[in-house]
Design a protein around this ligand. Structure first.
Ligand SMILES: [Mg+2]
Length: 267
């Protein structure tokens, strides 16, 4: 959003939603939004303060969902609250009421994921590039590699023939390149399905990365169609891509401002 606005404008825009929590869905990305980016993905945590806020949020609002590139079970392990929906792998699978669901198209990719992990673990052996097997796809993390450009180049070289041969696509994040099933499902599709099926009137979405822009866009479309009222909040940091600030309705700075905002939403 190019208009000039203040944090105060954001709080004013959220006030009607805060006053109508039963008809409001609160959705958020996890890494870089609710949890500070850790050196390796396994070290990600949320603070006790943030967990307390999320718990109260889940009690108060119509639905609270975490939408992550991680496996939904990983996101659930980190956040550790039961009555939240965990949407993982950018919408290809999710946990709701303790039950695991998959988009039907995802089933074809379990075997390919397993063999990719074996192949890529071999390819990157002896490097500091971390190969993370996910339920659907593989993530290659190079945050802890000193020569980040070099690591990136090596990853690109190795995955190029895989993308040519298999129904996979590449997804870039903050010091991570993922190989995902080449399916037309993203965070925007996930949030569309949930909000429309639940008949929610208002939606707040917070995110800090390129994949969150799909959700911003999908919510804007739903709003333009008159289906709901949406407020997208970009979370800016030194690392977040500039498009996040451009595409969001409002911007906050970092995980701390997210916690302050969510705390206010449960006051
Ligand atoms: Mg993120």
């Amino acid at each position: 959003m190019s208009d000039v606005y203040t944090l105060n404008d954001l709080y004013n825009a959220l006030k009607p939603l805060k006053d109508d929590p039963g008809n409001t869905g609160m959705f958020s990305d996890l890494d870089g939004t609710l949890s500070k980016i850790a050196r390796t993905p396994a070290n990600a945590t949320i603070t006790l303060g943030m967990r307390g806020v999320l718990r109260r949020l889940a009690e108060k609002y119509g639905i609270v969902g975490i939408i992550s590139g991680r496996d939904s079970s990983e996101a659930k392990k980190i956040v550790d609250i039961d009555n939240i929906a965990y949407i993982g792998n950018h919408g290809l699978e999710w946990i709701e009421n303790g039950k695991q669901f998959y988009a039907p198209e995802a089933f074809n990719f379990f075997g390919l994921t397993a063999s990719l992990e074996t192949d890529l673990s071999g390819s990157f052996k002896g490097t500091d590039i971390l190969v993370e097997k996910k339920k659907l796809g593989v993530a290659l993390h190079y945050r802890s590699v000193k020569d980040k450009e070099g690591a990136r180049g090596l990853i690109e070289k190795i995955i190029k023939p895989l993308i040519a041969e298999y129904p996979l696509r590449r997804l870039d994040g903050r010091y991570v390149i993922e190989l995902k099933p080449d399916l037309p499902i993203n965070k925007g599709d996930a949030i569309t399905v949930i909000t429309v099926s639940r008949g929610i009137d208002n939606v707040v979405y917070l995110g800090d990365d390129i994949t969150d822009i799909d959700a911003f866009g999908a919510l804007r479309t739903l709003q333009n169609e008159g289906k709901l009222r949406a407020i997208s909040v970009g979370v800016a940091s030194d690392e977040s891509p500039p498009q996040v600030e451009e595409e969001a309705d409002y911007v906050v700075k970092g995980v701390d401002e997210v916690e302050a905002l969510l705390s206010w939403m449960v006051e």
